[in-house]
Design a protein around this ligand. Structure first.
Ligand code: SF4
Length: 121
């Protein structure tokens, strides 16, 4: 069963399918590639696709509508600071409603009391 799911995930990835039918173990969500820091080791320095913008709401809405129950773990990460995304609390709330496990990779510079309360279980 697990290997069938892995094969299906790979097939759908290679075909560029967004509304997947497989169940990825981990879904990475890069909601922004903006950051307020400029670390020397940052992947943003090597990524030619950095746009310094947030993921468009229509893309994220489609993702969050079709995928939340399919992944065991959602990880806010990538080339940027997720807490800078203007819709961070929206994305977080939508995923928390599904009961999915959530990880956030953050530099913690944008933490506010409200954001701290939002991420605590
Ligand atoms: S995304 Fe991470 S590594 Fe890159 S500049 Fe920001 S904090 Fe540093």
């Amino acid at each position: 069963m697990k290997s069938q799911n892995a094969a299906l995930c790979e097939k759908e990835f290679r075909e560029g399918i967004v509304d997947v039918t497989c169940r990825p173990q981990v879904a990475w969500l890069e909601i922004t590639d903006r950051c307020q820091l400029d670390c020397v080791m940052c992947l943003r320095k090597m990524d030619v696709n950095v746009t310094s913008s947030d993921m468009p709401r229509e893309v994220s809405t489609r993702l969050l509508t079709s995928c939340p129950r399919r992944s065991d773990l959602w990880r806010f990460s990538g080339s940027g600071e997720p807490m800078l995304a203007k819709d961070f609390e929206y994305y977080l709330g939508r995923l928390q409603e599904t009961g999915a496990r959530i990880e956030i990779t953050t530099n913690a510079q944008a933490f506010t009391e409200d954001k701290l309360q939002a991420v605590l279980p």
